[in-house]
Design a protein around this ligand. Sequence first.
Ligand code: IPE
Ligand code: IPE
Ligand code: MG
Length: 242
Amino acid sequence: MTLPKHIAIIMDGNGRWAERRGRPRAIGHRAGAKAVETTVAFCRRNGIEALTLFAFSSENWGRPQDEVGALMKLFLGVLDKEVAKMHQHGVRLRFIGDRARFAREIRERMEKAEALTAGNDRLHLNIAASYGGRQDIAFATRALAEDVAAGKLKPQDIDEDLVAQRMALADVPAPDLFIRTGGDHRVSNFLLWQLAYTELWFTDVLWPDFDEKVLQRAIDDFAGRERRFGLTAAQLKEQPAA
Ligand code: IPE
Ligand code: IPE
Ligand code: MG
């Protein structure tokens, strides 16, 4: 069975999960943190090499202040409680997104977690927080423009590879499988560049209800897909994928 090496997930539906129970949305986010643990453990145990989770978008900063505040408190708590355990399990933790917008105490914990787990290779866990796909592309463009302005790079040398090197997740192969929970069929400014040839899978299951069984369903579905990358099926038979 073809296993995805890299899975990227939009963890959506926390708010509705709580609202259906007549509870505040923050309760849904807290319940969502448990589903993160389950997902990380599953990937670690089943030989998935990389997992990228969309935790907070660049647009989510615009939510009501009390919800943003509750999410920040949750991030802090998770960073304090879960990082040591992840390190023990050989997880390498990275954060992608504009971290300048976070409070210093969160930024410092992110840096510490990255430094602590930098040498691990069991599972590469990337958390997209304060992340936007357009922002990612804009930052990469700016970095290239700076190199051109400094005389280090010629505009005619800019190609897809050079752009890719400046994007988030440059050192991880592109996601093979994208999952969105919560029933909506859209990308919501997640990894726009990196998802070019990713297989998309959607479920109505709300993120706090996401578990091994749902993840296994997505992985099974992925195994049956034919990825053609713009070629014909006959061509793929001639040159089996590496
Ligand atoms: C996803 O759940 C988590 C974040 C965006 C932080 P939502 O909070 O978007 O939940 P719904 O989509 O409103 O149910
Ligand atoms: C996408 O969910 C972002 C995260 C899950 C972190 P949203 O709930 O923000 O997306 P929209 O607003 O439904 O497109
Ligand atoms: Mg949502």
